[in-house]
Ligand binder design. Structure first.
Ligand code: B12
Ligand code: SF4
Length: 498
């Protein structure tokens, strides 16, 4: 069958700091191609809607799948589905991905027939059976499928994440993927899932707190096949298991692979497994993202982060000693007042790290969706991008955005100053010499993208599609939140056992 896979446009945050290859969609593409289908991919982060129209007209797909990891992309995806049904009558349209897995029925209802099915959970094991079932007529028996007629069998979890390989070769404009000065940048996955259970996050509920590791050989083979000099390791929490990180490092050393890496991890993991991070720093680990989330004990407890402020600050010192540039994230509580923003600005200016702010947002699939969502001030999907306030702010909304953007601007300028100190001019020169302009553009775009008036105006746009309210869930049994329930083979996570 002819399958066209689409990734929606970049969200606000990605307009500046990063734009990365859609690894999950590439893996779904890989699985479909391995099953003998003719597959093409359109990534609207780097192509535009006119390119998609041209592709639809020339390729005439039998099926079109859209990746919905992000809630904020749902309205755009439904509009693409509607246009596809008009342009290619008979084309089977389906959605899949992280966020849509939590709101499948509602999205199908909202799409009023222009979406034939949603695949909940991992796409690799589902895509070939789905296409087979489309050919035969009748998709009701496909694992993870949801249609307007109801649910199919439970979604299947991949036994091993070693295969399928992502179909990187199907992507056009690969040189437009970057993160900061790591430009261009590819992505790779060493592990999948997270054993922790933070209240604002849905990574653990999607995978049912399971945790799988790629074999070190497969990980190194894939790394060796990547053309780009920079690699983003997409794992939720990198190097939870030090022996796994070491085994991949050994393969990388043996094969003399030399790249620069960016990864995300937790403070306690960095403190516990410092040696493995040190080894990776020698192999090119240049940037690390630590989700600190809050500066104080009360905030960390609220988000059930299971780390202390001391551990967080100690982790920063360790990373500094290893020579790794650190970006930290803090969650902005909509209850913050001007004084709180001021304290955060002061903190951010007092540390050498890059500080990012995200606004606390209840998402379907998280615990706070069930505790906070009753207070939603908007249900416009597009505002659920953790850059907008969707629950009541203590400050008037315009003042809240003014403070937020002012704080982000201070942080951005500090970061720019730092980059100059670290030799941004040299990096820029090197990148421009290779025709890489993503990092240069990022340096100048901030004021256009981050603008309190723009954020406020976003609340006034007419709303066509609204997020549903949460169904009743008894959080006494948190497995009710899971997309995948854990099979016995993955039952012992290495994280907290509470
Ligand atoms: C890495 C990552 C990023 C990277 C992206 C890297 C990349 N190369 O794509 C970066 C840093 C860019 C990023 C950015 C953001 N992210 Co992010 N990200 C992740 C993370 C940690 C892993 C995603 C990943 O690559 N997984 C590995 C691949 C293989 O899996 P996958 O993409 O999920 O794909 C599988 C399935 O979803 C499904 N699937 C996917 N697409 C399709 C399509 C079809 C048709 C089918 C059938 C199936 C299918 O099959 C795939 C294979 O199993 C997830 C958390 C998580 N564990 O999922 C958060 C997560 C997806 N991100 C999140 C958020 C909030 C953001 C930001 C908005 C953050 C911000 N500060 O603004 C931005 C927005 C980016 C944008 N689109 O513009 C939230 C989403 C919340 C929501 N409900 O909308 C998540 C869930 C984290 C969380 N806190 O809970 N992110
Ligand atoms: S440790 Fe990170 S990925 Fe895991 S549940 Fe917490 S925030 Fe989500």
């Amino acid at each position: 069958m002819r399958l066209l896979l689409v990734h929606p446009s970049a969200l606000m945050y990605s307009e500046i700091f990063l734009r990365l290859e859609p690894l999950g969609l590439e893996r779904v593409a890989g699985a479909a191609r391995d099953a003998g289908h003719d597959v093409r991919v359109v990534d609207l982060q780097v192509l535009d809607h006119a390119d998609l129209r041209t592709e639809l007209a020339s390729f005439q797909p039998d099926a079109l799948g859209i990746s919905l990891n992000y809630l904020a992309n749902i309205p755009e995806a439904i509009e693409i589905a509607e246009r596809t049904k008009q342009a290619v009558p008979g084309c089977f349209v389906f959605f899949g991905g992280h966020s849509v897995s939590f709101v499948a029925e509602d999205v199908l209802t909202q799409a009023e027939g222009s979406v034939d099915a949603v695949i909940r959970g991992e796409g690799e094991p589902a895509v070939a059976p789905l296409l087979e079932a489309v050919r035969e007529g009748g998709v009701a028996g496909v694992p993870g499928v949801v249609t307007l007629d109801g649910h199919g069998p439970a979604p299947r979890l991949l036994h091993s994440i070693d295969t399928p390989r992502p179909a990187r070769d199907l992507m056009r404009h690969r040189r437009r993927y970057f993160i900061g000065e790591l430009d261009p940048c590819a992505s790779i996955e060493f592990t999948r899932g997270c054993p922790w259970d933070c209240s604002f996050c849905s990574a653990w509920t999607f995978y049912g707190r399971s945790y799988r590791k790629a074999s070190p050989e497969a990980a190194a083979d894939e790394l060796a096949s990547i053309q780009e000099p920079n690699v983003f390791i997409v794992d939720d929490v990198a190097f939870i298991r030090p022996e796994h990180g070491d085994a991949i490092a050994a393969q990388v050393e043996r094969r003399r692979i030399r790249k620069r890496y960016y990864l995300e991890t937790r403070s306690d993991v960095l403190l516990r497994n410092t040696e493995v991070f040190e080894r990776w720093a020698r192999l090119g680990l240049s940037y690390m993202f630590l989700g600190m989330e809050a500066l104080d004990e009360a905030g960390l407890e609220l988000y059930r982060k299971r780390v202390s402020p001391d551990e967080n600050f100690h982790a920063l010192e360790v990373a500094r000693k290893l020579g790794i540039n650190v970006a930290i994230n803090l969650i902005v509580d909509p209850a913050w007042d001007e004084e709180r923003f001021r304290i955060v600005r002061e903190f951010a200016l007092s540390v050498p790290e890059i500080v990012h702010l995200t606004v606390m947002t209840p998402y379907p699939g998280t615990e706070i969706w069930h505790t906070e969502s009753r207070r939603l001030t908007t249900r416009d999907y597009r505002l659920f991008d953790i850059q907008h306030a969707v629950v009541p702010t203590a400050l008037p909304l315009d003042v809240f955005y003014r403070e937020l953007v002012r704080t982000q601007a201070v942080l951005h300028h500090k970061h720019l100053g730092l980059r100059t100190a670290f030799g941004a001019a040299r990096v820029l020169g090197r990148n421009l010499a290779h025709g890489q302009t993503n990092f240069a553009r990022m340096l100048w775009k901030f004021n256009r993208v981050y603008n309190p008036q723009r954020q406020l105006d976003d609340h006034a746009r007419p709303v066509r599609y609204e997020l549903p309210l949460p169904p009743h869930a008894d959080l006494g049994d948190r497995r009710e939140l899971y997309v995948h329930t854990r099979p016995a083979a993955h039952a012992k996570p290495p994280g907290p056992q509470r």
